[in-house]
Write a protein that binds this ligand. Structure first.
Ligand SMILES: Nc1ncnc2c1ncn2[C@@H]1O[C@H](COP(=O)(O)OP(=O)(O)OP(=O)(O)O)[C@@H](O)[C@H]1O
Ligand SMILES: [Mg+2]
Length: 310
């Protein structure tokens, strides 16, 4: 069964086309990653899927319900974890989660039981009676996730839930999402961290400037590169002209950012010697070199000529 079907959806903000002909289909029980840099259109997509505003054109279907024809039925299926934490700072974590539970029609003993379950799930039940304003950023994000889960949704939409959190909370968040997906929950996870998307999601769409520029399983995306590696070279001075590197046989692409060069090379090990000698011939001092296997970032670079962190 298909849980999310987005068909040719576009959204403009004035003259800016934030989402441009987006088509995605997510199977029930899947973990789907939407990977893209700042401004790609991820939050705009999540907002439309949440029913916050309609697309200018195109259709969205959630669990068999058209989001605009049957919004209540569609929204009952969804738990939403927005990019910006949406909690009442003066209230305790428990009161916040209970508030969201009541919005979804829960009350009494079932509400209490469910609040405890989701707060235990995010590892904060023991601190649940403290006001949210005394929590760290990472803890607030975990409460935000608990609030999104309180009505036992079948589908969880998460918009960059680990940005700016401490490593411990980040680990906790990723583990919770894995566990929920393992239990059959459908997950749509947006991020600009390819490691996270890579860890959590079997199926990935790479988004840039409002469009999906590639989608598939990780293996399928890697195949776009034809088995390329990544060579990262740290130079002691920033380079202005990298055209001499592009002329080296086998070097497919060169991206320079300050004093960090990223070269896409099929079989990186073999080209390394040529790259090092080309730099030496230009009297450029190398302060570090690393060969990495192709990853999602290499896919993005290959498709856009930019790195995800630009
Ligand atoms: N309310 C708005 N009014 C005008 N422009 C907007 C609005 N919201 C977003 N945009 C623009 O639309 C584009 C897509 O933004 P969006 O927030 O969807 O991207 P994103 O992928 O979530 O980025 P980030 O990783 O920074 O959260 C950007 O160019 C952004 O500046
Ligand atoms: Mg965003």
């Amino acid at each position: 069964m298909t849980m999310i079907n987005v068909d040719n959806v576009s959204k403009n903000y004035g003259a800016l086309r934030a989402v441009d002909g987006l088509t995605i289909s997510i199977e029930s029980g899947a973990a789907f990653g939407l990977l893209g840099p700042n401004g790609a259109g991820k939050s705009t997509t999540i907002s439309m899927l949440s029913g916050l505003f309609p697309p200018d054109t195109g259709n969205i279907n959630i669990g068999g319900y058209d989001l605009w024809q049957e919004p209540m039925a569609a929204r009952r299926l969804m738990g939403i974890v927005p990019q910006d934490v949406a909690l009442y700072p003066a209230l305790s974590a428990l009161e916040n989660v209970a508030f969201f539970g009541r919005l979804h029609g829960l009350a009494g003993a079932p509400l209490r039981k469910r609040c405890q379950e989701v707060l235990e799930l995010v590892g904060l039940w023991d601190r649940a009676r403290e006001p949210v304003k005394t929590y760290s950023g990472g803890m607030k994000r975990r409460i935000n996730i608990a609030a999104g889960l309180v009505h036992s949704p079948k589908l969880l939409l998460l918009d960059e839930p680990t940005v700016g959190v401490d490593p411990q909370s980040r680990r906790a968040i990723l583990d919770v999402i894995k566990e929920l997906n393992g239990q059959g929950m459908t997950v749509l996870y947006t991020s600009h961290y390819m490691e996270e998307v890579s860890e959590l999601c079997r199926y990935i769409a790479v988004m840039d400037k409002g469009r999906i520029i590639a989608q598939g399983t990780q293996d399928e995306l890697h195949m776009l590169l034809g088995g390329a590696d990544f060579i990262r070279v740290e130079t002691s001075e920033p380079l202005t002209d990298v055209s001499f590197l592009e002329k080296i046989p086998n070097v497919r692409q060169v991206a320079a950012k300050g004093s960090e060069l990223t070269l896409t090379v099929p079989n990186g090990g073999k080209a390394l010697a040529n790259i090092v000698s080309a730099l030496a011939a230009q009297n450029i001092e190398i302060s570090g070199v690393k060969v990495e296997q192709a990853n999602l970032e290499a896919v993005f670079l290959h498709l856009t000529g930019r790195t995800l962190r630009d």
